[in-house]
Write a protein that binds this ligand. Structure first.
Ligand SMILES: [Zn+2]
Length: 219
């Protein structure tokens, strides 16, 4: 009896409802901003590090009405421990980011500007963003003179291969706060859900500014 209670505490089961509530609220907010339309995007939060367990959105759910029941608890291999449904197809990418960056939360949007710019700048391997006050919203950035490099990775449906590419790119760019998947979306993370949410807001803002500026200057 005491062993099973201990196991429950170790896997963070008692913290799962809190994480699920936070993710559901964030999903509804992102949907309202147009960043996760048509059941797209996925959100996760680490519930315990040792052993690793993660609260993550169930596959194919409408983020506009995202509820606590739409969030699953999975282990470090993506096996469902709690909740009904399948974990997101992109679970491997979340696990890769958590393991490599020690992140407490990973958030992923399918926004219009991330789709446009990841295609425009694919040939350059990434997108450089500099000189904006909003950069200071990224962890560790103290000045608008900061130069943020957002790597761009070709999209794939082969999640094992994609996760391995993500691992390589994150290793090559240890200071990156996020990355783009071509014609797909944005990934970012943070020490906790609040920081990851702030990073999405900052990066989506900067992507939109970059895109609008480029479009205006072209015409
Ligand atoms: Zn996606």
């Amino acid at each position: 009896m005491s062993v099973s209670k201990e196991e429950t505490q170790n896997s963070g089961l008692e913290r799962f409802p809190v994480a699920a509530t936070e993710l559901a609220e964030i999903g509804r907010g992102f949907y309202a901003r147009g960043w996760v339309l048509g059941t797209s995007g996925n959100l996760s939060a680490v519930v315990s590090h040792e052993p690793l367990t993660l609260a993550i959105t169930s596959s194919g759910v409408d983020k506009g009405g995202l509820a606590v029941e739409d969030i699953l608890l999975i282990d470090g291999e993506g096996i469902v421990l709690e909740g009904r449904g399948r974990p997101s197809a992109e679970t491997r990418l979340h696990l890769a980011v958590v393991k490599l960056r020690g992140a407490g939360s990973v958030l992923h949007t399918h926004s219009v500007w991330s789709n446009i710019l990841s295609d425009e700048f694919l040939g350059e391997g990434g997108l450089k963003i500099e000189g904006h006050e909003m950069l200071k919203g990224l962890d560790g950035v103290e000045t608008h003179e900061h130069c943020e490099w957002l790597p761009i990775i070709e999209n794939s449906q082969d999640m094992t291969r994609l996760a391995s590419t993500v691992e390589q790119v994150l290793t090559q760019h240890p200071k990156a706060h996020g990355f783009l998947l071509r014609r797909h979306g944005l990934y970012t993370w943070g020490r906790n859900v609040a920081e990851a949410k702030r990073h999405i807001e900052i990066l989506e803002f900067l992507l939109e500014v970059t895109g609008r500026t480029r479009f205006t200057r072209k015409h």
